[in-house]
Ligand binder design. Structure first.
Ligand code: PLP
Length: 378
């Protein structure tokens, strides 16, 4: 048995998604830009996928542009605000994914933007009063705030932030990579200009995602070449990826509430069992607070001085796959834990769950941690 509790890094492909993809690998191989039957049938499928996604999110199909994933969508949102909308000031948080933070820092280092960070507390809650102040004090701005953090799971109130941005005339980008397919997004109601999504975080294929860009807001292409995606994203489309992305979102929405309840139960079970077995276990950020954190993520701070890599190895040897934080920054200290001032002398582990996990798996993992804890305390 291998236990996979690293679902914030990536998820297992859903069988329904696999079934939807295979015809586009084997039978429908035309290039959607070709003006013949082979091309047309694939073009229709791509447009069908776009319409499916737009329908689920209450957006219009022309607001969805397919990308290679969340990183590209984040880059595109930010660069579009700066180059198409001539934004010179960006407000963000220290907790953003590197796809956002490194893009913003590169622009800052080039002297192209001034960058401001919203004040936060030691749980990672954002001071929206400070955001208002920053919006008041500065000229036209872009606000880039993720919907939920991929390491500590904190959920941000993007409805409120969207409203603030709208009232101040600021553009708003939200990285929704960790919430897409796990929460229902109503883009007809949410005041947001750009969102970024990635299929592999909700049981879709890797290497595909999309950017939503509100009608009337300009996008700047990052890639130049052919006229795919209405000249916004050159290059032959990742057809099976796009088909899989749309199917994954459909499947996620079908049973979203039941899966959410199942996963939240697993998370609650893990919190309760850890608290029973390990004195002074703590949870980073809002991770253990239901409704204020992703139901899929639990960031645990263990009272161990076991070197962090070794703890992950110990779990790996016991057939448990987890990570210390973001998969993309493995090996370096977590900027998120640093930003909330978490105690990094303790071992911090991110457990992230999916609909495929079971209570038995949770019990097994807590048991292994408890054995180690007792051995270390002895
Ligand atoms: N944003 C967040 C919050 C993420 O968790 C990730 C993936 O880890 C990304 C962006 C990047 O997405 P992708 O892997 O599709 O490029």
């Amino acid at each position: 048995m291998r236990i996979y509790l690293d679902n914030a890094a990536t998820t297992q492909l859903d069988n329904e998604v696999f079934k939807a993809i295979t015809p586009y690998l084997l039978d429908f191989y035309g290039n959607p830009s070709s003006h013949h039957q082979h091309g047309r049938e694939v073009k229709n499928a791509v447009e069908g996928a776009r319409a499916t996604i737009a329908g689920l999110l209450h957006a219009s199909p022309n607001e969805i542009v397919f990308t290679s994933g969340g990183t590209e969508a984040d880059n595109m949102a930010i660069l579009s605000a700066v180059y198409a909308h001539h934004i010179k000031h960006v407000i963000t948080t220290p907790f953003e994914h590197h796809a956002v933070l490194h893009t913003l820092k590169a622009l800052q280092n080039n002297g192209e933007i001034k960058l401001s960070f919203i004040n936060t507390d030691s749980r990672g809650n954002l001071d929206t009063g400070h955001l208002e102040e920053l919006l008041r004090q500065n000229g036209p701005s872009l606000v880039s705030v993720m919907h939920a953090n991929n390491e500590i799971g904190n959920l941000n109130n993007i409805e409120l932030i969207g409203d603030l941005c709208k009232s101040r005339g600021a553009l708003f980008h939200s990285d929704t990579v960790q919430t897409m397919g796990h929460y229902r997004h109503d883009l007809a109601k949410l005041n947001v200009d750009f969102i970024a999504a990635s299929a592999h975080k909700f049981h879709g294929p890797k290497g595909v995602g999309f950017i939503y860009c509100r009608d009337g807001v300009q996008l700047t292409p990052l890639l130049h070449g052919g006229s795919q995606e209405r000249k916004l994203r050159a290059g032959t489309e990742n057809i099976h990826g796009i088909i899989g992305l749309a199917r994954a979102l459909e499947v996620a929405y079908q049973d979203l509430d039941a899966h959410r309840a199942h996963i939240q139960n697993l998370k609650n079970r893990m919190i309760a069992k850890l608290q029973q077995q390990i004195a002074d276990v703590r949870f980073n950020g809002n991770s253990a607070i239901a409704g204020k954190s992703l139901y899929t993520v639990l960031n645990v701070s263990l009272p161990f001085s076991y070197a962090s890599g070794n703890l992950l190895n110990y779990l790996d040897q016991h057939h448990i796959s987890v990570s210390g934080g973001s998969a993309c920054s493995t090996g370096s200290a977590s900027h998120v834990l640093e930003a909330i001032g978490a105690d990094t002398s303790r071992n911090n582990i991110r457990f992230s769950f999916s609909k495929f996990n079971t209570a038995h798996e949770i019990d097994y993992v807590v048991e292994k941690l408890s054995v180690l804890y007792k051995a270390m305390a002895a």
